[in-house]
Design a protein around this ligand. Structure first.
Ligand code: GLU
Length: 489
């Protein structure tokens, strides 16, 4: 396999969405699979849309997912700088080349004039486009006006006839009549290049072989083809990824849908998913399958699996609905796949009072029940509390009075006290015998014990939990429960 050079090129204009995570992931997979390079390039030329802090969130999110880049703004590399505002002169030089070749021109139209043109076109029911006012200015005069400091932009001089064909790996050839295309701005009046020029120049200079990007770029793809052709470059392979839709599959996620997902304990932002207790393994598996599949059956993928199995051919250009139920499912699978030591380490931040040795004992008995890591306190908090505070209602099994409950609890207590220690092996046989002897159900007897020991009606397996808590504390908790029941009995 030929090593690829791929880049993830986000704009720092807001929070890091799972769609960005997915684009970065596919880049990373192809780079690692082929022994190539994965580059992070920050496309920050649109200063108006710049959101402070978004680069940091982006880098933190990528690293949390496990997507380390080989070259980028913080790690450097042979093509630095990797943020586009640091490359302003490079783009200007390439824009000048296009002007010299007669394939771009200086435009001095004021925003005011352009607005009037746009309104007139709208009235005539035309698609808004540049009317070509400065297209044929004398180059010498244009250069003089620029030298005089007149406000200007640089526009691409779109050929009036003919057509262009660009190729997307997933959709094949796309041919557009040039007459349909605009004289797009390449350099803005602030001297900074727009995406269309900056990205094409950087991809060329940085030796990019494959471009994975969102399908919102399909509409300007012909312009990109023109720019690449004007410079005489060989285009990289373009892969426009599928659009992500809201869970219902009807349209894109709106602000309201995003808020609703959050209410539900989910999120479309990578950092939130981390904070909500999702694992990077689960999130990676989930996003990998939004628009890619290995075959019809395989679902569980680790990063090494994905690096081995990923292929562009299996990407699907059709829109994919964001399915949060699947996220929970994958997260559960990956939690269960973690080695016990690792799981113990991952749940520790949620149970700060828990020591690692005890957490290692707890991890195997709660892992089946965890959807997210932050479910851990609900399943394991009682191990670390000095005392538990069960309610009398919970302690009293259905069909029994508190006094009857107290009597059963006393019998349990004396059995437990007589044991050398509490474990499944030592405690289960005598307590089962007690169930037989009393004629009550196992649910009633063990229910009292469960609530007494854990303080809750649902818990990890009872005997295993008691073994971890230890005889002394178990005895103490059962005594306390008896006291509570007796007060009412
Ligand atoms: N800066 C563009 C964006 O954030 C990147 C598109 C590309 O990867 O070329 O959408």
């Amino acid at each position: 396999m030929t090593p690829v050079r791929v880049r993830f090129a986000p704009s720092p204009t807001g929070r890091t969405h799972l769609a960005s995570g997915r684009t970065a992931l596919y880049n990373y997979l192809l780079a690692r699979q082929t022994g190539g390079q994965f580059i992070l390039r920050i496309e920050d030329t649109d200063q108006k849309r710049y959101v402070p802090g978004s680069e940091q969130e982006l880098m933190d999110s990528l690293r949390w997912l496990g997507l380390e880049w080989d070259e980028g703004p913080d790690v450097g590399g042979p093509y630095a700088p990797y943020y586009q505002t640091g490359r302003r002169e490079i783009y200007q030089q390439y824009a000048r080349q296009l002007i010299e070749q007669g394939q771009a021109f200086y435009c001095f139209c004021t925003p005011d004039r352009l607005e009037k043109v746009r309104q007139a076109q709208q009235q005539r029911k035309e698609t808004p486009h540049y009317d070509g006012f400065c297209r044929n200015l004398d180059p010498g005069e244009a250069a003089r006006r620029v030298a005089n400091g007149e406000r200007h932009v640089v526009r691409f001089k779109m050929p009036k006839d003919g057509s262009i064909t660009v190729r997307d790996r997933l959709r094949g050839d796309i041919t557009v009549e040039n007459a349909m295309l605009d004289d797009s701005v390449l350099i803005k009046s602030d001297g900074l290049a727009v995406y269309h020029l900056a990205a094409m120049v950087d991809d060329q200079l940085m030796g990019i072989t494959h471009v994975f990007r969102g399908s919102e770029w399909l509409s300007t793809f012909p312009l990109h083809g023109h720019i690449i052709r004007a410079f005489g470059w060989t285009p990289p392979e373009f892969v426009h990824l599928s659009i992500l839709l809201k869970p219902s599959g009807k349209g894109k996620m709106s602000k309201r849908d995003t808020a609703a997902a959050m209410q539900d304990g989910h999120s479309i932002y990578i950092k939130d998913l981390r904070d909500l207790g999702y694992t990077p393994e689960g999130v990676v598996n989930w996003i990998a399958l939004m628009g890619w599949s290995y075959d019809d059956a395989a679902e569980f993928f680790t990063m090494p699996d994905l690096i081995e199995k990923f292929s562009i051919e299996h990407l699907n250009p059709s829109p994919a609905a964001i399915n949060f139920t699947k996220l929970d499912y994958f997260n559960g699978l990956h939690i269960r796949a973690l080695p016990v030591d690792e799981l113990a380490r991952r749940i520790q931040p949620y149970l700060p009072e828990g020591d690692l040795a005890t957490l290692q004992k707890i991890a195997p008995i709660i892992r089946e029940r965890l959807v997210t890591l932050d479910d851990a306190p609900q399943w394991a908090g009682f191990f670390f509390r000095e005392t538990v505070t069960p309610s009398v209602a919970d302690l009293t099994p259905k069909g029994m009075t508190p006094a009857e409950g107290a009597a059963v609890a006393r019998k349990c207590l004396s059995i437990i006290e007589s044991l050398p220690n509490v474990s499944h092996e030592t405690a289960e046989p005598p307590l089962r015998a007690l169930v037989e002897e009393t004629g009550l159900s196992a649910g009633q007897v063990f229910g009292i014990l469960r609530v007494a020991v854990t303080g809750q009606t649902v818990s990890p397996p009872l005997f295993e939990s008691m073994a971890i808590i230890g005889k002394e504390k178990v005895v103490e908790r059962v005594r306390q429960a008896i006291g509570l029941l007796e007060q009412l009995g």
